[in-house]
Design a protein around this ligand. Structure first.
Ligand code: PEP
Ligand code: MN
Length: 355
């Protein structure tokens, strides 16, 4: 995939790229108040759901097209870029008509290839060129996630990002959606140029988890965060337990520890050199052990003794494994190493005997 940067003009290149705003646009006042507070905290991209995919009917299903005008006002008055979720062809058409800058595909949509294809076709027809962010599907299926990304890419969009929002689970314990970190990590390995966002609000489902989950994402080298923030979280019309005020959000962002990827590799050079030296020592010690083993082979040959002496081997294995354990190494590790060494010793002794 030949992707282009999702950093629209003026967006800071510093990690993390932050998208923040309410789960849903509720009223013009709530949208504007939250936006002003976030802009004052330096947030550059504002999110708000206009069409809300709710699990059951009867809940607040989003304000609809009317709210797009509020987002346009946010853009005009605060200078922030605006982002919203699209799930159908008409959502795409309306969003593009109202100059929404960034679109995302929700978890309940990326699960459905027909829906994603409909969105991809609509994007192509409108000429929208991104960024488009694709949330992981609700079920832990990496191929389905990649499939959704490919459908959008095939529509000619090169500014693409992925959002990790966790995976549905029957038993809700600590998390609302299980992170299953290995899935986004594998996604990053498969498409290394794809910017990866974490959505700690939907993974955690509660305010207290936003900070630790954001830190975890930063430690795993994610590029960005999408966090739900509301001027009055307790009275939010959707996802109230997981939204934080712009003040709290700013505090969370300021306390994140961002490890510098370049710096760490530089500091590692010295340690890596030491590893290289130790590996060389290991090699010469192993070669020395093999030489002695061959001498034993020679002795066995001269005295007509069998090569394999299991009692001695068992003794060695038991002793070394317990010594290794005392030094903090797992016993199966030491067993594997010794077995491999022993196998090579035997092979070399047989060579000597047959000479
Ligand atoms: C949202 O971002 O508000 C949302 C509905 O998220 P998800 O698709 O991850 O459930
Ligand atoms: Mn939400």
């Amino acid at each position: 995939m030949e992707l282009e940067s999702i950093l629209l003009p003026g967006i800071s290149e510093q990690r993390p790229v932050v998208i923040a705003g309410p789960c849903s646009a509720e009223t013009e006042e709530q949208v504007m108040t939250t936006a002003r507070e976030l802009a004052n905290k330096g947030i550059q991209i504002y999110r708000a759901g206009i069409w809300k995919p709710r699990t059951k009917p009867g809940g607040f299903e989003g304000i609809g097209t009317e709210g797009l005008a509020w987002l346009q006002r946010v853009k005009k008055e605060t200078g922030m870029y605006v982002a919203t979720e699209v799930a159908t062809k008409s959502h795409v058409e309306e969003a593009v008509k109202h100059h929404i800058d960034i679109l995302w595909i929700g978890a309940r949509t990326s699960v459905n290839p027909f829906a994603v294809q409909e969105i991809a076709d609509a994007l192509k027809a409108t000429g929208f060129d991104g960024p488009v962010l694709i949330k992981n599907p609700v079920n832990p299926d990496l191929e389905l996630w990649i499939g959704a990304i490919e459908r959008i890419y095939n529509a000619g969009i090169k500014k693409i990002g992925a959002i990790h929002r966790g995976f549905s689970t029957y038993d809700k314990k600590l998390y609302r959606n299980l992170p299953q970190w290995h899935i986004p990590i594998e996604l990053k390995r498969r498409i290394p140029t794809l910017p990866l966002f974490s959505d700690p609000s939907h993974i955690g489902g509660k305010r207290e988890l936003v900070a630790p989950l954001s830190q975890q994402a930063m430690d795993l080298n994610y590029d960005g965060l999408i966090i739900e923030s509301h001027c009055r979280p307790d009275s939010a019309w959707s996802d109230k337990d997981q939204q934080v005020t712009p003040d709290i959000l700013s505090y969370i962002l300021n306390t994140l520890v961002i490890r510098d990827t370049h710096q760490t590799t530089e500091n590692l050079t010295e340690l890596r050199q030491q590893i290289d030296e130790i590996d060389n020592e290991l090699l010469s010690i192993l070669a020395k052990r093999m030489r002695i083993s061959k001498e034993i082979g020679q002795y066995k040959k001269e005295h007509n003794m069998p090569v394999l002496q299991t009692v001695r081997y068992d003794e060695i294995l038991g002793k070394r494994i317990s010594e290794a354990e005392k030094m903090g190494m797992g016993n199966s590790f030491m067993k594997t190493v010794l077995e491999a060494i022993h196998e090579e010793s035997i092979r070399q002794q047989i060579e000597v005997i047959n000479q």
